[in-house]
Ligand binder design. Structure first.
Ligand code: HEC
Length: 109
């Protein structure tokens, strides 16, 4: 790696950190993708199917909100409650961010 490349990476990382705003900006997309495999067993990646609601294209913060509501029991659904209870805040963010990104990439997969 050249000094020039190092410099670019540094600039990029610093700029990203500086402009960071909103929720889940630190989300780990690789973790999100890994966790999403569990979700897509029920939810389709390409929208709504077999009575399962669409979960791509949600703003991450909205999905984290919904997951918290399932976890707390405010939203009452047995399947989603046990899914949500298995996730901590970091994992909820990661998976929510992943599904947000999937939609932005044109849902190809
Ligand atoms: C066992 C099947 C199953 C799995 C696995 C599952 N879900 Fe769900 N999910 C459902 C069902 C059924 C509903 C509709 C529940 C309801 O009516 O409240 C739902 C609802 C949702 C909703 C709310 C949709 C809406 O329109 O309000 C979100 C968000 C969601 N799931 C996200 C996820 C995520 C993220 C995962 C993976 C971590 C996941 N689900 C895994 C079955 C599942």
């Amino acid at each position: 790696m050249t000094k020039y490349t190092m410099c670019c990476i540094c600039l990029f990382v610093c700029a990203t950190a500086a402009t960071k705003a909103g929720a889940c900006e630190d989300a780990d997309l690789a973790l999100g993708e890994y966790l999403a495999a569990e979700c897509t067993g029920c939810h389709q990646i390409k929208g709504q199917a077999q009575g399962m609601p669409r979960i791509t294209g949600w703003p991450a913060i909205a999905m984290v909100g919904a997951l918290r509501q399932y976890k707390s029991g405010f939203r009452d659904n047995r399947a989603m409650r046990s899914v949500a209870q298995s996730l901590n805040e970091e994992e909820m963010c990661a998976v929510a961010k992943y599904f947000e990104q999937v939609a932005k990439r044109g849902e190809k997969r």
